[in-house]
Design a protein around this ligand. Structure first.
Ligand code: ATP
Length: 347
């Protein structure tokens, strides 16, 4: 059974339909990333679960408890949530310890935990996020990574049932981001809380989440594991946004595909989603393609190398083939030069 159930959620801001019939069941302790381009509705969905936004219609339930339906909207403070925002949202006049004590002083938490328990929770959480020793520092005496740890600690100290995170790492540099991704994974493993995590960064979503909700224009395109999204996209948007795939035109015969521009070539595609088969397309990822300088068999898509970038571990080619530019990620050994004629094959 789903712990968090989001059913038929629609949200209009005036004429803008920010959420268009959203349905998701999140399991207990599941880590769900909400991924999509700017303006697709990620934050609106997260804030609807939090209670900061009232949907226009639909239902949000946590177990048997109704968070929102057409009769009631439970206030934010009664939903037992933790939240982490993009820009930390720390209070300059409070120390690290005071940030952690603050949520425990709410009426609800004073009822749930006695003084000794609350002190222990602060101590335990400081240790969990590795901030012991920084209790008495103010935000301006902390690094970016430490500030984000304080924000995370404040969100989890009261042991929320759901942790909501909105682009929590986007203010950090690439290296720190990587460290914090590992940290968040470690903390989720220990805390075992249900997490909804908004990001537009595909790599971040893939490395963190059990499942990813891919959104586009207020709708869900696909909900799946990172592996399945990457290997088995169900829609053109997911194929392009997640797998960076190119949609080659051609004809399907059962599970075999023949590109329109290379009649002697066949690609196997038993696992390709029905949408692509019905629309005479094959989603192919850059690393599934290879370049050959000649084709003894005449198989492969004939093309011209337009650009070549040596990236160390690999080389990225842009090849003019099938009337469009195809991206090909190859190993880093030199194969072809710009303006050279090549054959593109799929392995
Ligand atoms: P980003 O990655 O840029 O933060 P997002 O996917 O989180 O984008 P939302 O902030 O949920 O997108 O916005 C979804 C749509 O709703 C957008 O078209 C946005 O302009 C609109 N929108 C969001 N909040 C409001 C508001 N308070 N009033 C009017 N329109 C809004």
């Amino acid at each position: 059974m789903s712990e968090l159930t989001i059913s038929n959620i629609v949200k209009y801001f005036d004429q803008t339909k920010a959420l268009d019939n959203i349905n998701v069941g999140v399991k207990e302790n599941e880590f769900i990333a909400i991924l999509g381009p700017s303006g697709c509705g990620k934050t609106t969905l997260l804030r609807s679960v939090a209670g900061f936004i009232e949907p226009t219609s639909g239902t949000i339930k946590f177990g048997e408890k109704v968070f929102f339906d057409n009769r009631e909207a439970v206030p934010v403070e009664d939903r037992q949530l933790g939240m982490v925002f993009q820009h930390f949202a720390l209070w300059p006049h409070m120390t690290t310890k005071q940030h952690l004590e603050y949520p425990l002083k709410s009426k609800q938490n004073k009822k749930r935990f006695d003084v000794a328990q609350r002190q222990e929770m602060v101590r335990h959480t400081l240790k969990l996020v590795e901030l012991d020793g920084f209790e008495n520092r103010y935000p301006n005496e902390l690094s970016g990574g430490q500030k984000q740890r304080v924000a995370l600690a404040r969100a989890i100290v009261a042991q929320p049932k759901i942790l909501l995170m909105d682009e929590p790492l986007s203010a950090l540099d690439a290296h720190l981001k990587q460290t914090m991704v590992q940290e968040i994974k470690r903390i989720h493993h220990i805390m075992k809380t249900t997490i909804l995590y908004v990001t537009h960064d595909q790599a971040e979503a893939m490395s963190l989440a059990d499942r990813i909700i891919v959104m586009n224009k207020g709708k869900i395109e696909q909900i799946d594991t990172p592996y399945n999204l990457y290997h088995y996209p169900q829609t053109p948007f997911v194929a392009k946004f997640v797998s960076k795939a190119f949609l080659v035109e051609g004809n399907w015969e059962g599970d075999k595909f023949c590109p329109a521009s290379a009649p002697d070539t066949t690609w196997q595609g038993a696992e390709v989603a029905s949408y692509f088969k019905e629309n005479k397309l094959y989603p192919v990822r850059p690393e599934e393609l290879s370049l050959m300088t000649s084709s003894s068999t005449g198989k492969g898509l004939l093309g011209i190398v337009k650009d070549k970038q040596f990236l160390g571990r690999e080389t990225r080619y842009m090849v003019d083939a099938v009337g469009k530019e195809l991206e090909i990620i190859s190993n880093s050994f030199h194969i072809s030069e710009i303006d050279e004629k090549v054959y593109v094959t799929k392995h």
